[in-house]
Design a protein around this ligand. Structure first.
Ligand SMILES: Nc1ncnc2c1ncn2[C@@H]1O[C@H](COP(=O)(O)OP(=O)(O)O)[C@@H](O)[C@H]1O
Ligand code: SF4
Ligand SMILES: [Mg+2]
Length: 306
């Protein structure tokens, strides 16, 4: 079993950050579920009602369009004068750097851990141990740069028996917790598919979770779980974005079903043939209908944040 991390960041039972949830002493499944409920209730009741739009996680089932939406959001925010740090945390799918038009990948952060490194632990790992990390603190080899966009990746599993992705998840959570963003800087995180990252608390330090939902039973059902978990982490803004929507009728149906699950929808990206065809080449075209749909969503998000 992996090392236990207190979800509140308490150093020991009963220190100032401890909420006496008893997760650290839970032995049976029932005790763990009970402790998890206490944490959820605590975080929900202590969640701030407003906060600036700074750290956005894009989540959802595999294939619903998370990476595509990340690219579209980054491009729209850049056109509004924001600097965007994109973090690719998907340990399986390659290609996000390509979707952004880069012809190479940055050095993966995971090489900072000796298990995933080809050599000794990198001597430049010190920056990751700091209490606060600003974007200029991150060594250049981990960041691709272009026109107000910085692109980083946690890493991909390359070889059999390389190990599980827990350490990658820990790294993402810790980095996002320590990251200090300047005015007009926003971090956008392309999450791995599904809800495993929530089980590991990766989204804990985000202020916004956008759940991408396509018109399918699996996607809608998973969205409900994601929203439940994100709200239980005390995340301020948890919203659904409908994607690949073929018609008004389907849009209305999706909104109705999601609202029955108490999920708020922030906007809709319609099925875009141009985007779909470009996906085959591993690119995202600018100026498509989907870009206009995302512009409307960004206006909504910015107007509802401080
Ligand atoms: N609004 C949309 N209209 C048409 N195709 C889309 C749309 N959004 C995404 N796609 C296509 O769906 C596929 C999966 O998208 P992707 O962003 O890779 O999903 P994920 O990151 O969730 O696995 C890609 O081929 C992409 O081009
Ligand atoms: S009781 Fe809960 S909050 Fe306190 S140290 Fe244990 S896990 Fe952390
Ligand atoms: Mg993806």
């Amino acid at each position: 079993m992996g090392e236990f991390h207190c979800p509140m960041g308490a150093a020991f039972y009963d220190d100032d950050d401890c909420i006496n949830c008893e997760m650290c002493s839970a032995e049976t499944d029932e005790q763990k579920v009970e402790a998890s409920k206490k944490i959820r209730d605590y975080l929900k009741s202590h969640a701030p009602t407003m906060s600036p739009l700074k750290k956005i996680a894009v989540c959802g089932k595999g294939g619903v369009g998370k990476s595509t939406v990340v690219v579209l959001i980054a491009n729209v925010l850049r056109s509004k004068g924001f600097s965007i740090l994109v973090l690719d945390t998907d340990e399986s799918n390659p290609g996000l750097s390509r979707l952004f038009g880069f012809d190479r990948e940055p050095k993966p952060l995971i090489t900072l851990l000796s298990r995933f490194s080809t050599g000794d632990r990198s001597p430049d790992a010190e920056w990751l141990q700091r209490e606060q990390i600003a974007i200029p603190d991150i060594p250049a080899e981990y960041v691709l740069n272009r026109d107000g966009l910085k692109f980083m990746m946690v890493g991909k599993i390359q070889d059999p028996f390389q190990g599980c992705a827990c350490s990658m998840a820990d790294m993402t959570r810790d980095l996002m917790g320590k990251l200090v963003l300047a005015d007009k800087e926003i971090a956008l995180v392309d999450m791995e598919a599904g809800i495993e990252s929530f089980g590991r608390g990766v989204e804990r330090n985000m202020d916004t979770v956008l759940v991408i939902v396509e018109p399918s039973y699996e996607s809608m059902t998973l969205a409900e779980k994601i929203v439940y978990m994100a709200q239980g982490m005390g995340i301020v803004r948890v919203k659904a974005i409908l994607n690949k929507v073929p018609s008004e009728k389907v849009r209305e149906r999706m909104i109705e079903e999601l609202s029955k699950k108490s999920i708020q929808t922030i906007g809709t990206v319609y099925f875009d043939l141009e985007l779909n065809e470009a996906g085959f080449e591993g690119t995202v075209p600018g100026g498509s209908r989907a870009t206009k749909d995302i512009q409307t969503i960004i206006e909504m998000l910015l107007s509802k944040s401080e």
